[in-house]
Design a protein around this ligand. Sequence first.
Ligand code: FMN
Length: 225
Amino acid sequence: MFKTFKKLVGRSEPKPVSTIAGVKTILHIDSSILGPYSASRILSADIVSKLKAAHPRAPVIRRDLVADPAQHLSAAHIAAFQGGDISDAALGKDLAKGGAFIDDLFAADLIVIGAPMYNFSIASQLKGWIDRVCVAGRTFRYTPNGPEGLLPAGKKVFVVSTRGGVYTSGPATTLEHHESYLLVVLGFIGLTDITIVRAEGLNIGETAKATAMARAKAQIEALAT
Ligand SMILES: Cc1cc2nc3c(=O)[nH]c(=O)nc-3n(C[C@H](O)[C@H](O)[C@H](O)COP(=O)(O)O)c2cc1C
């Protein structure tokens, strides 16, 4: 089972975004709580503007998970999933939002996810989104050979990974539950073509931050060539 599951986890080197054919829809997700000071919001917007330039007719679905978050999953959600009553209007609205999150994923060909590291993993707002898009029978299913993602092949994901420290080398590598988690959970639902655009070491000092941001911006620039 482990072997099968391992195959679901994918990452790929970036290729020019203009060479991606048949793009109909772009999905832009942000989850940073830092508003105008957010590094991931700057970089995700930068990627989306490059995608938009390459595919001007593709509409952008915008999901700001801080401005408009999903509720935490609750017993009431599970009861509703199992066919129970939805007497609460707020719950009904939130269930519709979760359904729309899944529709976004089926509609989008290019998906950009701003994913800051908070407490060694992703923002709880992004985890809330994940809890709503991982739905058995819709985005994944279990088979005798292991789990199978149900999102159609061919979708391209850009994960913007921003973090205060450095996790790609040095003593903190074992504390990394951020990119590794995202690769696993996105692969689980069928999103296996993932490019990580990373700016790390952002809180070490001004020089380290400027270097990390410049490197990430150069990576994004290369997507457009
Ligand atoms: C609540 C919170 C928790 C954080 N936890 C970590 C952490 O565990 N490791 C780390 O390297 N940086 C941590 N940081 C620093 C952020 O990763 C860094 O500020 C990064 O720029 C966040 O991306 P953003 O600017 O898009 O929000 C944390 C920041 C905040 C606000």
